[in-house]
Design a protein around this ligand. Structure first.
Ligand SMILES: CC(C)(COP(=O)(O)OP(=O)(O)OC[C@H]1O[C@@H](n2cnc3c(N)ncnc32)[C@H](O)[C@@H]1OP(=O)(O)O)[C@@H](O)C(=O)NCCC(=O)NCCS
Length: 266
C-alpha cells in the first residue's frame, strides 16, 4: 500500500469528517468509508465511496456498489488522479469518469478589494443556533436546492456545534441589510476546511464571496493553523474564481459514476 503524506491525509480526513455530518458514514472495510444520503441521491459530494487513501478489490467494490443500488442511488467513487490502477479497475467494472474535484489551499490572506469594491457595505456574522434557518435558506437558494431545506436544516441542527457557519449581509441604499451569502468552516485534523460557499444570485458580483473567504481565512490565524483549504468540481468552472483569491492546487481527485435505474445498471 502506497504511503501518503500527512497534509494529504489530513485534508482527506477533514473532508470525510465534514461529509459525515451531511450523510450517513458507513465503514465497510478498514480505511474504507462510504457516504449515503438517500434524501439527496443525485448529489455526489454527499453520496460517495472514497478510495483516495485506500485500495479495494473488485469483489469488495461490488459489495460497496450494492449498498447504493439497494437504495436506488447511483454509485460514485473518488480516486486520486494519479491512481491509475484503481481507475482501470473502475472502468473494467463499468464505471465512467464524470468529473474532477480540485483540492485547493490558501496560505496567505486573500486580496480583499481588487476593484475598489466597498467592503464596508457588507458584514459577516457567525451564525447562532437560533439563526440556522437563515443560513440554510441562503445556502439552498445559492445552490438552487430549495427542495432540500428540511433535510439540510435537520442535519445542520444536529451538527451545529461541529461547524462554524458564516453568513454575509449586504446593504443596498437605505434598505435594511439582507442576507446575501454563506459558508461553513470545519476544523478537524489541525486544518480548516471551507465548505458550502454560496451567494444568492441577486447579490453576486458584489464581493460577498471574497469577503466570506477572507473572513474564513482569519480563522486560520485565530486557531494558529497554516492554511485554509476547499474543494471545487471542475464542472463548476470556478478555478479562475479561486485563483483570484490566491488559492493553489494541492491535488486532484477523479469522480467515477455507475448509474443504477429501476433495477438495471445503465
Ligand atoms: C461562485 C460564487 C460563490 C461567487 O460569488 P460572488 O459573490 O459573485 O463572488 P464575488 O463577487 O466575491 O467575486 C469575487 C471575484 O471573483 C469573480 N468571479 C465571480 N464568479 C466567478 C466565476 N464563476 N468565475 C470566475 N470568476 C468569478 C468576480 O468577478 C470577482 O472578481 P473581481 O473582484 O476581480 O471583479 C457564486 O457565483 C455562487 O454562489 N455560485 C453557486 C454556488 C457555487 O458554485 N459555489 C461554489 C462551490 S465550490
Amino acid at each position: 500500500m502506497k504511503r501518503f503524506a500527512e497534509p494529504y491525509l489530513n485534508m482527506e480526513a477533514n473532508e470525510e469528517g465534514f461529509c459525515s455530518l451531511w450523510a450517513d458514514r458507513i465503514r465497510i472495510y478498514k480505511d474504507i468509508h462510504l457516504f449515503i444520503n438517500k434524501k439527496m441521491p443525485s448529489d455526489y459530494f454527499y453520496n460517495r465511496l472514497n478510495l483516495c487513501n485506500a485500495e479495494i478489490s473488485s469483489e469488495r467494490l461490488k459489495k460497496a456498489e450494492h449498498r447504493y443500488f439497494m437504495n436506488n442511488i447511483n454509485c460514485y467513487v473518488y480516486v486520486h488522479e494519479k491512481n491509475a490502477d484503481s481507475q482501470r479497475m473502475l472502468i473494467r467494472a463499468g464505471f465512467r469518469w464524470i468529473d474532477t474535484m480540485d483540492v485547493l489551499t490558501l496560505a496567505r490572506e486573500p486580496d480583499l478589494d481588487s476593484k475598489n469594491k466597498t467592503p464596508t457595505d457588507m458584514s459577516i456574522i457567525k451564525v447562532k443556533h437560533a439563526d440556522v434557518s437563515n443560513w440554510v435558506s441562503t445556502f439552498c437558494d445559492s445552490f438552487e436546492i430549495l427542495e432540500m431545506q428540511a433535510e439540510i436544516k435537520q442535519r445542520i441542527e444536529r451538527s451545529f456545534d461541529k461547524m462554524i457557519l458564516l453568513i454575509s449581509y449586504a446593504c443596498s441604499g437605505n434598505s435594511a441589510p439582507q442576507v446575501g451569502g454563506c459558508c461553513a468552516l470545519f476544523i478537524n485534523r489541525g486544518i480548516i476546511g471551507l465548505y458550502c460557499l454560496g451567494t444568492i444570485p441577486k447579490f453576486r458580483g458584489r464581493g460577498l464571496a471574497r469577503k466570506l473567504v477572507a473572513n474564513g481565512f482569519q480563522y486560520t490565524s485565530n486557531y494558529d493553523l497554516d492554511y485554509l483549504f476547499l474543494q471545487t468540481f471542475e464542472s463548476q468552472d470556478l478555478s479562475a474564481f479561486y485563483s483570484k483569491f490566491g488559492f493553489k492546487l494541492a491535488y486532484k481527485k477523479r469522480v467515477f459514476e455507475k448509474k443504477y435505474h429501476n433495477g438495471f445498471i445503465v
